[in-house]
Design a protein around this ligand. Structure first.
Ligand code: F0G
Length: 419
């Protein structure tokens, strides 16, 4: 089995529940969606995807935010804090400087907890309630833990988060803490945290809400649906390309799934599907390596390092879903340096938009691909900025201007300004 844009709509299996079921992307085995706790295939351990008997077209969407797209989700409503409906900013100076037909910034930092993770959690925490589990857990580079803590407490559940010690930005730990998560600081990187949390989940200690959980990705599909609707409204056409930062490759997988479902529903032409273009930091770029080598599998990087701590990940668990997404849409993947990331963060900030370092990787990657001629000047592109500037105040302060000490009188201030 492989994921493809031209796949036929599958027949509904007997274990479907109101037209929803889970299917293994490797062996095709199907499972009932909410009877048991399950993250991967019982038979072959492959990744699971949510399938629907009926797929919506654009006409079926109504309302605002993630739940506007209820017809593309397993429920009518979730545990919600009004997530989604994020801005699709124009950035005319950046567009000119990079030299493309149109550039828009989809700023996911404008979600309730300041990152796109909220879109996945509104669905994932609802599933947890459906399953009747008591404790939720995740490994995280920070944003997932903030979203899990907020949505878990909103849903009245306990939350446990495992973080790589010393490698999570201050704003994210503050959020997890205030929303009442139990925070375990692990002496290891994100991938080690995820190994542990998967084992804890396997032993029934907690319900796992990392992007390995197929229901989280359902919520994250709505990023793609909003971008498409925004472009259709403004340009009467979907974007040629969507550029996004890649860590575990959850968003890449989710956007690809959103497009496949629209194609299957007859709402999007296969030739019009935006080119999914992933960006990683040079110090944590296993997906880029796999794309460049034409490899079917991603090699786990044991030593990863980047200032963009949100994407400091060496073992992207969703690679089997994301690699076909990049390839089938005609996209690519590119690595950028920490310096290029910081420069892009400043340039986005100069347009009045504040993003955290990992988010700026999308613009840094676009700039590089345009300079290399891989992105054409006639393209209309959406760059995804995944998290808010205030998530990582230390990185923002380091990238910005230094405060200047002055005396507490007007003459002293004037003297200083004239210096
Ligand atoms: N950007 C930000 C700001 C993130 O927090 C993450 C992932 C990504 C991009 C990568 O997205 O995994 O879908 O490819 N953060 C996770 C976390 C790992 O724990 O918060 P992906």
């Amino acid at each position: 089995m492989s994921l493809s844009l031209s796949a036929e709509q599958p027949d509904q299996p007997a274990d479907a529940d109101e037209g929803v079921w889970l299917e293994c992307i490797e062996c095709g085995e199907t499972f009932a969606p909410f009877d048991d706790v399950r993250y991967t295939c019982d038979d072959c351990d492959g990744l699971l995807e949510v399938r629907y008997a009926d797929l919506p077209t654009f006409d079926d969407f109504e309302g605002e935010g993630v739940w506007r797209y209820a017809d593309a989700l397993p429920f009518e409503a979730g545990v919600s804090i009004q997530e989604g409906a994020t801005p699709l900013y124009e950035v005319p100076r950046l567009e000119d400087e990079i030299g493309i037909e149109a550039l828009r910034i989809k700023h996911e930092g404008m979600n309730p907890t300041g990152s796109f993770k909220d879109r996945g959690m509104t669905v994932g925490v609802k599933v947890a309630k459906e399953l009747g589990v008591g404790r939720l857990a995740c490994a995280s580079t920070g944003n997932t833990s903030a979203a899990l803590a907020a949505y878990g407490s909103r849903g009245g559940m306990q939350t446990l988060v495992l973080l790589p010690a010393g490698k999570v930005a201050a704003g994210k730990i503050a959020q997890a803490s205030l929303h009442g998560a139990r925070i375990l600081e692990v002496d290891g990187n994100f991938d080690a945290c995820l190994d542990i949390v998967q084992e804890l989940a396997g032993q029934g200690e907690a319900y796992l809400l990392n992007s390995l959980n197929p229901f989280r990705l359902e919520g994250q599909k709505t990023i793609g649906l909003e971008i498409l609707e925004g472009f259709l409204a403004d340009y009467d056409a979907v974007p040629d390309r969507i550029v996004l930062p890649v860590g575990n490759a959850g968003n890449t997988s989710a956007l690809y799934k959103a497009f496949r479902e629209l194609v299957q529903a007859g709402a999007l032409d296969e030739d019009d599907v935006p080119k999914l273009t992933g960006v990683q930091a040079e110090g944590a770029a296993p997906m880029v390596e796999a794309i460049e080598n034409g490899a079917d599998e991603v090699r786990r990087w044991d030593d990863v390092e980047t200032r963009a701590t949100a994407i400091r990940i060496g073992n992207p668990v969703n690679a089997p879903k994301a690699l076909p997404g990049i390839r089938e849409t005609g996209g690519t993947a590119v690595a950028v340096s920490d310096e290029e990331i910081t420069e892009a963060q400043r340039d986005i900030a100069a347009e009045g938009i504040g993003v955290e370092p990992a988010s700026a990787a999308s613009v840094a990657g676009l700039r590089k691909l345009r300079a290399e001629g891989i992105v054409d000047d006639d393209e209309r592109v959406a760059c995804l900025t995944t998290g808010h500037l205030l998530k990582d105040p230390d990185a923002a302060a380091a990238a910005g201007s230094e405060p200047e000490p002055v005396p507490a009188d007007t003459d002293g201030v004037l003297d200083h300004l004239q210096e």
